[in-house]
Design a binder for this molecule. Structure first.
Ligand code: APR
Length: 234
């Protein structure tokens, strides 16, 4: 593990549910993960919301409440510390939790939205909070139905222009705790490689992808610290 980067080089970190697992937030596809307990089609698509908004709101209200019980772990805090040393570090997260923010990170790009965000389906009203929501949330402005500001299956992730622009300029790509199964995030490592970045993955379970230069198998809380502390900034 010997990586060196120049002080102006851009570091791109892609995080997924695995980075928050040790904080106590369920992943999606591990055994016991959220998609074993719920069907994606019932709670995470525009069609599901159309069909049963109560169920969808219940799913997200439970997850919003969970955020008040969990804390960032060593992987989140290591990234925040690293950003103090190397400002040109961007965290592109698929996670809708707020653990990167709470660990003190900056330059966070929430490509799948956040649990904190609520938006009106009609007038564009938007608010951010973690108030408990019982039942369906309605827009305080126009009284139409509101929805969680989370990107569902079939919807286009946020900030893709910024993300692709960054990917074309980076020197180091680090994927952390993501199964690499959901697109477009799953393609980022290959795009980074095409632009000659060094590519690293830190994940509990190994998977194979020819575009990954270094795969570090293990828990994020331990391996993220080891890897980021080994980076030399020259
Ligand atoms: N440390 C590192 N990796 C871990 C840990 C851990 N402690 N625990 C689990 N993992 C790994 C798992 O081995 C798995 O490969 O994290 C990965 C989590 O994968 P998913 O559950 O598929 O989560 P993610 O990749 O973030 O999912 C992408 O899918 O359903 C959607 O919108 C949702 O943003 C999410 C997207």
């Amino acid at each position: 593990m010997n990586f060196s980067i120049g002080s102006n080089d851009i570091v791109f970190v892609l995080t997924g549910a695995g980075i928050s697992a040790e904080s106590g937030i369920s992943t999606f596809r591990d055994s016991g993960g959220l998609w074993e307990k719920y069907r994606i089609e019932d709670v995470a698509s525009p069609e599901a919301f159309e069909k049963n908004p109560e169920l969808v709101w219940k799913f997200y209200s439970t997850r919003r409440k969970e955020l008040k019980r969990v804390l960032p772990n060593k992987a989140h805090t290591t990234l925040a510390e690293f950003q103090k040393k190397h400002k040109n570090t961007y965290i592109v997260t698929q996670n809708v939790d707020n653990l990167h923010e709470r660990a003190g990170s900056v330059n966070i790009i929430h490509m799948h939205g956040t649990l904190m965000g609520i938006k009106c389906t009609s007038c564009g009203y938007y608010e951010e909070n973690l108030e408990d929501i019982e039942g369906i949330k309605f827009c305080p402005k126009c009284k139409n139905i509101a929805r969680p500001d989370v990107v569902w299956f079939g919807e286009i992730p946020y900030f893709l222009d910024t993300i692709y622009e960054l990917l074309s300029k980076i020197k180091l790509f680090v994927g952390i705790g993501t199964s690499g199964l959901v697109y477009p995030a799953a393609s980022f490592v290959s795009i980074a490689k095409r632009f000659n970045a060094k590519t690293v993955f830190i994940n509990k379970e190994r998977f194979f992808n020819d575009d990954i230069d270094l795969f570090i198998e293990g828990n994020a809380s331990e391996m993220v610290e080891k890897f980021f502390n080994s980076i030399q900034i020259i």
